[in-house]
Design a protein around this ligand. Structure first.
Ligand code: ADP
Ligand code: MG
Length: 316
């Protein structure tokens, strides 16, 4: 039996907020949220459309995870503390078999980051999921794209390229759902703790959603600088290296999107402190340097190499 809007919200999206700063959550006309004194509200929103951002047969819990993960990643890239989210759902039908695991995937990730679902909207239409994430940060500590300076070192976290490899595999059909590369594109981990640790250290930061090269070009443009990537320093995970030839790995790392790793710059004086932040679960790789000359350049063993910048464009 199809559920009405009210029943659906009540059944799937009304868990207790569990945060004292939620003065009023789901159920009223709007949520009442208390932002800590001295902090700025940080707001981000991202929409997932079935067939474009996730495949029609994607496990519903992965859609719930991904819808929240991409937003938490944006807050992480600002160095913000994630606190609250709103969920706007357009659903072709109120199917509990889909909604139950969808909500479970979303709440599981929210729970791990102490984030509360405080409201949203539910309408009938094609399957589209929009999450708005809210968090806070002291404005002077926020990580922005426009602070990179010549001489800064350029870093990327984790293992960029794995999600794109997983996505290509899914598109090619037939692959086990527990494949680690497929999991990387379906269950990307937003780098919230890293974003927090980079506050007051990184000169600029952003999350890699459209591909390392293209996103670096955006960071450089915002900062009015350029960058050099040393190709031999690009991180290639063991999994990627086992499954793809070296040239293919390089393409995936440079141009693959959807990893939600953080790309950031550090003044050289802050580089030593970085050791205290890096961990075996989340290694941090220095892949190049910021220069005054605009544009993004690649080198291999010190020699210039031309690599065209084109990443994933979900609007194209
Ligand atoms: P209104 O008509 O006043 O906009 P709605 O009937 O759309 O209110 O929603 C009722 C309450 O349920 C509101 O508090 C709203 O934030 C919440 N809500 C609606 N859809 C969702 C959803 N998908 N997830 C979480 N909360 C929701
Ligand atoms: Mg409404």
């Amino acid at each position: 039996m199809p559920l009405g809007e009210f029943d659906l919200i009540e059944r799937f999206f009304s868990r207790a907020a569990g945060r004292p700063d939620v003065l009023l959550g789901v159920g009223d006309d709007a949520a009442l949220l208390a932002v800590p004194a001295g902090c700025a509200l940080v707001a981000a929103t991202d929409t997932l459309v079935e067939g474009r951002h996730f495949l029609p047969d994607a496990p519903p819990d992965s859609v719930g995870h991904q819808a929240l993960a991409v937003n938490l990643s944006d807050l992480a890239a600002m160095g913000a503390e994630p606190a609250w989210v709103l969920l706007s759902l357009s659903l072709p039908g109120a199917d509990p078999v889909w909604l139950e695991p969808f909500a479970a995937g979303l709440y599981a990730l929210a729970g791990r980051h102490g984030v509360a679902l405080v409201g949203g909207d539910t309408v009938h239409g094609p399957l589209v999921v929009t999450v708005t994430a809210l968090g806070f940060v002291e404005p002077e500590l926020a990580l922005r794209r426009d602070g990179a300076r010549p001489g800064d070192l350029l870093y990327v976290s984790g293992w960029p390229g794995e999600a794109a490899a997983g996505l290509e595999q899914l598109r090619a059909g037939a692959c086990p759902t527990d494949d680690p590369l497929v999991r990387r594109c379906r269950y990307a981990e937003p780098r919230v703790a890293l974003g927090r640790a980079l506050r007051g250290r990184a000169s600029a930061a952003m999350d890699v959603s459209d591909g390392l090269l293209g996103d670096l070009a955006k960071l450089c443009a915002s900062s009015g600088v350029g960058a050099v990537i040393d190709l031999e320093r690009l991180p290639v995970s063991g999994e990627l290296a086992r499954r793809h030839p070296a040239g293919e790995c390089e393409r995936l790392v440079l141009k693959g999107g959807d990893d939600y790793e953080l790309l950031f710059t550090l003044p050289q004086s802050a580089a030593a402190e970085l050791e205290s932040i890096a961990s075996t679960e989340l290694p941090l790789h220095c892949i190049g340097r910021i220069e005054a000359d605009r544009g993004v350049r690649c080198r291999r063993d010190g020699l210039p190499v031309s690599v065209a910048i084109a990443g994933y464009d979900h609007f194209a």
